[in-house]
Design a protein around this ligand. Structure first.
Ligand code: PBG
Length: 323
């Protein structure tokens, strides 16, 4: 069957027809809003490299959580931006740390929102790497696992529903699962940043979280952007170790990775539309070069079409409000 009998344009004649034939939808409940928490009270500081995103103190973030949930968004991801950093990232696993306090306050203000916490040492180490280092600056895998497990455990004690390790150390999912189970947190899920690439698109985030490494780069632990078979291997390992959901990050430049992951695995797949992806659209829109709402909707739809169930995005609130 071909032209002139077959005419694909018949299904595009009106918006109602297009909506009926549409294959992919984005809903606020598929979205996770990433948020930054800082020490103090009453703080709301806009982040210059991420227009529309602010760092909040825990009290303000708890209030935001209520609004976010009321806008229809199901979950938020909490990042800590601590004022104290040291070699062992001790503020990361302090039961009275900023993330731990923020999680307790969010859960009190809005018990229904799913709280995801980022488990990584980079914002807490004096050198800004995601694991501990030796004197020569090498990032040590196995000694980092103990600290990451302690961090995940203290997030669970505070009430986190999902812990999301983003450090890319080998074996961290198994270590965290074991630590959680040993303390009775068998009901808390792990969303692993399983295929996380050494990407330049994290630039604005590192400003926001003050987490840029003071020496070297992250290429010995984050993945080479050229690799996709390796992503499948990383994801298989994390699922084997007990990850309940897996993430591909960044999202738009890695749609093929999302799509291959969808074909190969049956767990829920998350994709992170990272800070650089967000800020590029914001900057182009501010210059009048792109229609912001359409660029937001098209990019989120494409990420879903590639196979992501869940999208972590700084656009979550803008998108929910745009409906
Ligand atoms: C921490 C972490 C990063 C992001 C999420 N968790 C930064 C990095 O790895 O350098 C990036 C998020 C974004 O760019 O929006 N390891």
């Amino acid at each position: 069957m071909s032209f002139p009998t077959t005419r694909p344009r018949r299904l595009r004649v009106s918006e109602t027809m297009r909506k009926m034939a549409r294959e992919t939808r984005v809903a606020p409940e598929n979205l996770v809003y990433p948020a930054f928490v800082v020490p103090g009270k009453g703080v709301a500081e806009p982040i210059p490299s991420m227009p529309g995103v602010s760092r909040y103190s825990a009290d303000n973030l708890a209030e935001q959580a209520r609004q976010i949930y009321n806008e229809g968004i199901g979950a938020m991801l909490v990042f800590g931006v601590p004022d104290k950093k040291d070699e062992r990232a001790s503020a990361a696993y302090d039961d009275d740390g900023i993330v731990q306090r923020a999680v307790r306050m969010i859960k009190e203000a809005e018990p229904n929102i799913v709280v995801v916490t980022d488990v990584c040492l980079c914002a807490y180490t004096s050198h800004g790497h995601c694991g501990v280092t030796d004197a020569a600056g090498a990032i040590l895998n196995d000694p980092s696992l103990e600290l990451l497990s302690k961090m995940a455990l203290s997030h669970a004690r505070a009430g986190a529903d999902i812990v999301a390790p983003s450090d890319m150390m080998d074996g961290r999912v198994a270590a965290i699962r074991k630590a959680l189970d040993e303390e009775g947190f068998t009901d808390r899920a792990i969303l692993s940043y399983a295929a996380k690439y050494a990407s330049c698109f994290y630039g604005p985030f590192r400003d926001a979280a003050h987490s840029a490494p003071s020496f070297g780069d992250r290429k010995t632990y984050q993945m080479d952007p050229a690799n996709v078979r390796e992503a499948i291997k990383e994801i298989a390992l994390d699922i084997e170790e007990g990850a309940d959901m897996v993430m591909v990050k960044p999202a738009l430049p890695y749609l093929d990775v999302i799509s291959k992951t969808r074909e190969a695995f049956n767990v829920p797949i998350a994709a992170y539309q990272v800070s650089g992806e967000y800020s590029m659209i914001k900057a182009a829109a501010a210059n009048g070069w792109l229609d912001e709402k359409r660029a937001m909707t098209e990019s989120l739809t494409s990420i879903r079409r590639a196979g992501a169930d869940i999208i972590l995005t700084y656009f979550a609130r803008d998108f929910a409000r745009s409906l």
